[in-house]
Design a protein around this ligand. Structure first.
Ligand SMILES: Nc1ncnc2c1ncn2[C@@H]1O[C@H](COP(=O)(O)OP(=O)(O)OP(=O)(O)O)[C@@H](O)[C@H]1O
Ligand code: SF4
Length: 268
């Protein structure tokens, strides 16, 4: 039987946020993870759905690799990544025997898995479900969007870097949102400046502000800029909670401010 918006596994989810990026490597999974943790620190119950089938990196970022996903009557039970059980995660990484397996799958198989992810994970009650998607716009995005659409409110956060703004990938992403009727909650500029590991001074390596200008031009909110912080890279590699460990860092302040804006843009 097809799940309806009232009775399906996402019926207890208040807001669904798709994290999109025009190209790979701009920090989409990083922003997905850190925003989920920032929202958790603000007292929200958060789920993360990692549908980046070709590069499911979130289990590593949350030190959850190799955790087993169990089945229950309602479907798959997501993995809790914290003791308080306020952040849950479902990733294709939990289902693959070999990490590179999904890369060779053809479109229909990927789309079927994405649809199954959306319908078959028993999330329970969540304030936010953060969905980490593959880079670009593909059939996989359409599959995710089609499956998630009955469960609005649904919105997108588009992640870019200062360099990516100028090559137009992010404009294509915004066009995708417009054409598919997906609300853009806002744009995040990531790797915007570099935080010195010695004095935490933030230096603008590449030109900054393109994301904000683009947001203004496109008539969508600008959520903020996150600097490149070597401590954040290290925390992600080691599965440590950056937000808890570096509450004085410029990257922490940026992530918190972005999470606050998301709260404001997604009223209960
Ligand atoms: N603001 C930041 N500060 C420090 N390191 C960062 C930041 N953003 C991303 N990184 C690092 O950059 C690398 C790429 O980030 P990430 O995996 O999040 O990108 P992605 O856009 O999700 O990539 P993919 O296209 O593979 O899905 C990672 O090693 C991550 O730790
Ligand atoms: S920002 Fe300051 S401490 Fe860091 S490398 Fe430059 S001069 Fe040295």
């Amino acid at each position: 039987m097809e799940a309806s918006a009232e009775s399906g596994n996402l019926a207890g989810v208040r807001h669904i946020i798709l994290i999109l990026s025009g190209k790979g490597g701009v920090g989409k999974s990083t922003i997905s993870t850190e925003l989920a943790l920032a929202l958790r620190h603000m007292g929200k119950k958060v789920g993360i759905l990692d549908v980046d089938l070709c590069g499911p990196s979130i289990p590593r970022m949350l030190r959850a690799q190799g955790r087993a996903v169990h089945q229950c009557d309602g479907g798959w039970v997501p993995v809790f990544v914290d003791q308080e059980q306020s952040v849950s995660l479902m990733s294709v990484g939990f289902l693959l025997e070999k990490p590179d397996e999904a890369v060779v799958w053809r479109g229909p198989k990927k789309n079927a898995l994405i649809k199954q992810f959306v319908s078959d994970v028993a999330w329970g009650q969540l304030d936010y479900l953060v969905v980490d998607t593959p880079p670009g716009t593909s059939d996989e995005h359409m599959a995710a969007l089609d499956a998630l659409r009955p469960y609005s409110p649904l919105g997108a956060v588009v992640v870019t870097t200062p360099q990516a703004v100028s090559v137009g990938d992010v404009r294509r992403e915004l066009t995708f949102c417009r054409k598919t009727g997906l609300r853009v909650i806002g744009i995040v500029e990531n790797m915007s400046g570099f935080v010195c590991p010695h004095c935490t001074e933030c230096t603008n390596v590449f030109s900054r502000g393109g994301g904000e200008e683009l947001a203004k031009h496109a008539g969508v909110p600008f959520l903020g800029s996150v600097p490149l912080d070597p401590e954040l890279t290290r925390c992600l590699e080691e599965g440590r909670d950056f937000i808890q460990e570096f509450p004085q860092s410029p990257a922490f302040h940026a992530l918190s401010a972005i999470a606050q804006k998301i709260l404001k843009e997604t009223p209960a």
